[in-house]
Design a protein around this ligand. Structure first.
Ligand code: NDP
Length: 332
């Protein structure tokens, strides 16, 4: 395993990590989740990603049970949760979601219970909350660190401007600011990580724990010859994801990448993950897997990085044709 620093912190994080969205407590049975965690841990993965909203808390429960059974030393791995969405239950009350102090504290306490741990290593604000003063959220996260309930806090899908606002508040009141962001990053979705956050890496030492390296499976090439049942995009309720991911443009790109992967002697999934790893501003690429074979395969991306020479990277650019460019001088 390769270890990187989480942004400017001294924390070594494995370059690949494992997430649980749509899988733990939902798509896969608990014994598969157990095996995935073991494969990951044995390969040197030290970060497991979770959130209050995943399977409405069941993902954290399942992960918590597994962590308890494994008895891995608590100082050998990291686990996260994310706050904002609450449970989205029909009977949810207004206080049960958002980034105000009440929900952030309650959600943290609930995540600790479900995960059966004494502290969260990483705690993310899952989305910005424009109805809550940023001071309130920054103070709350700072206090959770002081109380020992979380070690590091960060954001997910916040704009660069919103992250800078949080830093300004932290500096003004001498509080601990956010150190990592969790953005989507893959060959089809590049702008935030490559362009919008560019100054934040330099100015604040922002770390990134990036999500959906395979664009929910599309970049594995599994849909190159048409739609496949028994996949994420066939899960009832995920029609919105299917509609946005399985568009002709993406499939054409995936087919072209498939040919390149074959020429390089690797799989398309591994190529797509290795491409994410090549970005030095990525602290860890969070993998998702519904089967053991997928995770074992995806771990090969660590070695395949070395095949991605400048010439190969340029060839990939020619296929993707989506390199983010800064706006022209004076442009709006
Ligand atoms: P991916 O884009 O890599 O999608 C993972 C899915 O792709 C798997 O569940 C599987 O789905 C399929 N897959 C994986 N490997 C292969 C393979 N080798 N061959 C074929 N199919 C494969 O990542 P995720 O979207 O799962 O994101 C990773 C993690 O990031 C999440 O678990 C979560 O922790 C985090 N995340 C965070 C978000 C945020 O807002 N902060 C949002 C989304 C994710 P299947 O077999 O069912 O088709």
């Amino acid at each position: 395993m390769e270890y990187r620093k989480l942004g400017k912190t001294g924390l070594p994080i494995s370059a690949l990590s494992l997430g649980s969205w749509l899988t733990f407590g939902k798509q896969i049975d608990n014994s598969t989740a157990d095996k995935l965690m073991s494969i990951a841990y044995d390969a040197g993965i030290n970060f497991f990603d979770n959130a209050e909203i995943y399977a409405r808390g069941r993902s954290e429960q399942v992960m918590g049970e597994i962590l308890k059974r494994k008895e891995w030393p608590r100082d050998s791995y990291m686990v996260s949760s994310k706050v904002y969405f609450g449970y989205l239950g029909k009977d949810a009350k207004p206080t049960q979601r958002g980034l105000h102090r009440k929900h952030v504290v309650e959600a943290c306490n609930q995540a600790l219970k479900r995960l059966q741990v004494e502290y969260l290593d990483l705690y993310f604000c899952h989305r910005p909350d424009r109805e809550v003063p940023i001071e309130e959220t920054v103070w709350t996260m700072h206090n959770l660190i002081v109380q020992g309930k979380i070690l590091y806090w960060g954001t997910s899908e916040w704009s660069a401007h919103e992250i800078m606002e949080a830093h300004a508040v932290a500096e003004r009141y001498r509080l601990i600011g956010p150190v990592m962001e969790q953005p989507q990053y893959n060959m089809l979705e590049r702008h935030r990580v490559e362009m919008e956050y560019a100054r934040l890496y330099k100015t604040y030492g922002l770390g990134t724990t990036t999500w959906s390296p395979l664009a929910s499976g599309v970049l594995s090439g599994k849909y190159n010859d048409g739609f496949r049942p028994d996949t994420r995009l066939s899960i009832p309720g995920m029609e919105w994801l299917k509609d946005s991911a399985l568009v002709e443009k993406n499939i054409q790109v995936a087919r072209a990448l498939g040919k390149l992967a074959t020429r390089l002697g690797t799989s398309q999934a591994v190529l797509a993950i290795a491409w994410c790893l090549k970005n030095p501003n990525v602290s860890t690429v969070i993998l998702g897997a519904s089967r053991e074979e997928q995770l074992r395969e995806n771990l090969k991306a660590l070695q395949v990085q070395s095949l991605l020479s400048p010439d190969v990277m340029e060839e990939i650019e020619q296929i993707l044709k989506n390199k983010p460019e800064p706006p022209p001088y004076g442009g709006a």
